[in-house]
Design a protein around this ligand. Structure first.
Ligand SMILES: [Zn+2]
Length: 341
């Protein structure tokens, strides 16, 4: 055994390792040179028969070759392994079932709004819309709420910084009544769905942003019983049953007489709970006969025409229908809540 043989062995082994492409043959090469009965192992064992000084040199050289080959085989093993993983990843199995994309759905308030629109449409009402930013005339003055009138304090208002005129986020959908009557001649039947904004603290029943549905009917010979019949029909269809509701005298500057509409609290079925403050009724709308001053402000002759108007809180209707006990849930963005509807 000479150093020269060792060199040849190294060259041979290197070549074999370079030329191999799969783990099986790499294992064979490993076994062939470095295994228990491998060629290099055999050389190392045979060293003991050599003279002492030659033995040291040969031993050192053989160990070097052994380490180099061992390292090379390890590197090659990793390379092949990587290729195997990549090939596995890139393989496309066309028969595998697909991953369904997560599909969104309409917010519960949008669903409720559409339902309300559908019911009123079937009773001959048109759906009208108006701006969410208003000036004082449309939000207050034209609705018979003059400057400095204490009634303005009822609507806690978000004012906008603007150079020319004082602008605000509408506190109710009633300004759309004025816009609509300015451009349309009676008789009229409209509902106005839309966001309204109140500068107030939030709690279980109150939010600073609400969804309202305004209703307006103007005709020659209409009255409160007529209003009651339409609201009763709406409740019946919306809740799918005969709903108990009550009208109580109230005050709104833009209607005369005015009343609030309370319906049987469906959370407690009229027994009284935290939401209805123990009364068994929940106020869901304000309403009344249109005030003559509102007609005058919109260019409609109050001697010729009569009308009624209402403003429903859509949030409250949805709360009743779906037994939701906190209005803040609607805009919380909590998927656990939203995915229930
Ligand atoms: Zn209740």
């Amino acid at each position: 055994m000479e150093i020269i043989d060792l060199k040849t062995l190294k060259i041979e082994a290197n070549k074999e390792i370079d030329n191999t492409a799969d783990l099986k043959s790499l294992d064979d090469i490993d076994k062939k040179y470095l295994g228990k009965k491998g060629e290099l192992t055999r050389i190392l064992r045979s060293l003991q028969i050599l003279p002492k000084e030659k033995r040291a040199n040969m031993g050192k050289a053989a160990n070097e070759v052994k380490n180099v080959l061992k390292q090379k085989i390890e590197i090659k093993r990793k390379e092949i392994g990587k290729d195997v993983i990549i090939a596995d990843k890139e393989r496309i199995d066309a028969t595998r079932p697909g991953k369904a994309p997560i599909q969104g759905h309409l917010h519960i308030l949008t669903q409720t709004r559409r339902e309300v629109e559908e019911i009123f449409r079937s009773m001959g009402f048109e759906v009208a819309e108006g701006p969410e930013v208003e000036n004082e005339w449309y939000n207050f003055d034209a609705l018979n709420i003059p400057k400095n009138h204490p009634a303005r304090d009822v609507w806690d208002t978000f004012w906008l910084k603007s150079a020319k005129e004082r602008l605000l986020l509408r506190t109710h959908t009633s300004p759309v009544q004025i816009h609509y009557m300015e451009t349309h001649k009676p008789p009229l039947r409209i509902i106005v769905p839309g966001n309204v904004f109140r500068h107030e603290a939030t709690d279980q029943r109150h939010e600073f942003q609400l969804f309202q549905v305004e209703g307006l009917m103007v005709d020659k010979d209409i009255s409160v019983p007529n209003f009651k019949a339409i609201v009763g029909e709406f409740f019946r269809r919306f809740f799918n049953k005969n709903m108990g509701f009550r009208l109580r005298p109230d005050f709104f500057p833009f209607t005369e007489p005015s009343f609030d509409i309370g319906m049987t609290c469906l959370i407690c079925e009229g027994k009284g709970c935290q939401l209805c403050k123990g009364s068994g009724f929940l106020e869901v709308a304000g309403a009344g006969m249109v005030h003559p001053n509102v007609f005058k402000a919109s260019g409609v002759d109050p001697k010729k025409w009569k009308g009624w108007a209402f403003g429903f809180g859509l949030d409250r209707l949805a709360m009743m229908k779906y037994k939701i006990n906190d209005v803040r849930l609607f805009r919380s963005g909590d998927m656990r809540f939203l995915n229930q509807f």
